[in-house]
Design a binder for this molecule. Structure first.
Ligand code: PLP
Length: 324
C-alpha cells in the first residue's frame, strides 16, 4: 500500500474505513485554539469529510459555521483555481489550525496540487491533510514528498477491494515518534508486548501507532489480492496508460455534440461530463450499449476508464454510444 501512494512503509497502515480514519487523524492533527480554530476546505467536498470536520469543530466547542472556511469556484466556473486556493491559505492561514483537501475532487475529477497546497499551509503553521479516496490507485502519488502531515483513503474506489473495503492512513515520518494526542487501542502498541496485557499504552512508531483493533482478515485478503496486481503493473506504468486512455477518451468526446467536459487538465482518469440529454433516457441507452457510467445529481456523469482493465476500445464504444 505504501508503494501505491509513494510513502515509506512505516508511514502507512491499513485499517478501518475512511471516515473513521479521518476522525482518528483529526484527533491528532486538528488542535484548535481560540485564536486558531479554523479549517480551510473546499465547499464541494465529499459530504462525509465535511460532517467529520464540522463535528470535530463542535466537539472542540466551536461553531462549524464560523470555523469552516469553504472555498467555492468563481461565479460561472465549475472548478477551483489553484491560485485562489493558495491565496486563501495565504490570507487566512493564520486563523486556521488545519487545511484539508481531497487530492482528486470526487465530483469534478479535478486533481489538486498537493505540494503547493501543503507548502502554503505549512508556511502559515497549519497542519495539512489530504483525503486521497479518489487519488489512491489513480494518480502516481508521492505522499512522502508532498509535505502533507497526514492522509486517509479507501480501497474500494480505484483499489478494487469492493464496497466497505478496508481503508488506510498515511502519517509523515516526522510525526513517527511525536507525542501527539490520539485515541488509543491495543493494536497500536508494541507488537512484542501486546499479549503481555500491560495497562500502559506503548505506541508503535509511525502510522501503526494509530491502530485500534486487530484487523478483519477477509478484507485484508481481498485487498492483498488487488494490491498484488498493482505491484505487478506498477503505479507509474498504470499512470502512463491512464493518461493515454483518458486523453483518447477526451479527444473522442470533444467531437460529440451536447457533451461538456467539466474536468480540468490536472486530473486522474475520471472525466466528469455535463450532458444536454435528460438522465433517464441516457441511462437506459447507455445501459443498452453496455456502458457503465455514474450519474450524480443534478447533472454530472462521471466516466472513468481505468488502466488495469479498461481498453481504448471501451473508450471508443462509450463515445459512440454518447454520440448515438
Ligand atoms: C468515498 C469517500 C468517502 C466515504 O468513505 P467511507 O469509507 O464510507 O467512510 C469519504 N470521503 C471521500 C472524499 C470519498 O470519496
Amino acid at each position: 500500500m505504501a508503494r501505491v501512494v509513494g510513502a515509506k512503509p512505516g508511514e502507512v497502515v491499513v485499517m478501518n474505513s475512511l471516515t473513521t480514519n479521518l476522525h482518528l487523524l483529526l484527533v491528532s492533527f486538528y488542535r484548535p485554539t481560540k485564536a486558531r480554530h479554523k479549517i480551510i476546505l473546499e465547499k464541494g467536498a465529499f459530504p462525509s469529510d465535511r460532517y467529520a470536520l464540522a463535528s470535530q469543530a463542535r466537539f472542540h466547542g466551536f461553531d462549524p459555521e464560523r470555523t469552516l472556511i469553504e472555498l467555492s469556484p468563481r461565479p460561472g466556473e465549475r472548478t477551483l483555481r489553484e491560485d485562489d486556493i493558495l491565496e486563501t491559505i495565504d490570507r487566512r492561514g493564520r486563523e486556521a489550525a488545519l487545511v484539508l483537501f481531497g487530492n482528486v475532487q470526487y465530483l469534478t475529477g479535478q486533481a489538486f496540487d498537493m505540494k503547493a497546497i501543503a507548502a502554503a499551509a505549512r508556511k502559515k503553521g497549519c497542519a495539512v491533510g489530504f483525503d486521497c479516496a479518489h487519488g489512491a490507485g489513480n494518480l502516481a502519488l508521492n505522499l512522502h514528498d508532498s509535505g502533507a502531515d497526514f492522509a486517509a483513503w479507501c480501497s474500494y474506489k480505484y483499489l478494487n477491494a469492493g464496497p466497505g473495503g478496508i481503508g488506510a492512513i498515511f502519517v509523515h515520518e516526522r510525526h513517527a515518534r511525536a507525542k501527539l494526542p490520539r485515541f488509543e487501542g491495543w493494536w497500536g502498541t508494541d507488537k512484542k508486548e501486546r499479549f503481555l496485557m500491560k495497562p500502559a499504552f506503548d505506541p508503535l512508531p509511525g502510522a501503526e501507532g494509530w491502530q485500534l483493533s486487530n484487523p478483519p482478515i477477509l478484507q485484508l485478503a481481498a485487498l492483498r489480492a488487488s494490491l498484488a496486481l498493482f505491484d505487478e503493473a506498477g503505479m507509474r506504468a498504470l499512470r502512463r496508460k491512464s493518461e493515454a486512455l483518458t486523453g483518447y477518451l477526451e479527444t473522442l468526446l470533444r467531437g460529440v455534440p451536447g457533451v461538456e467536459i467539466v474536468t480540468p487538465e490536472r486530473r486522474g482518469c475520471q472525466l466528469s461530463l455535463r450532458l444536454a440529454e435528460p438522465r433517464a433516457k441516457l441511462e437506459r441507452r447507455l445501459k443498452a450499449a453496455r456502458c457503465v457510467v455514474d450519474f450524480r445529481e443534478p447533472d454530472i456523469v462521471r466516466v472513468a476508464p481505468v488502466p488495469l482493465y479498461n481498453t481504448f476500445e471501451d473508450c471508443r464504444r462509450l463515445a459512440e454510444a454518447l454520440r448515438a
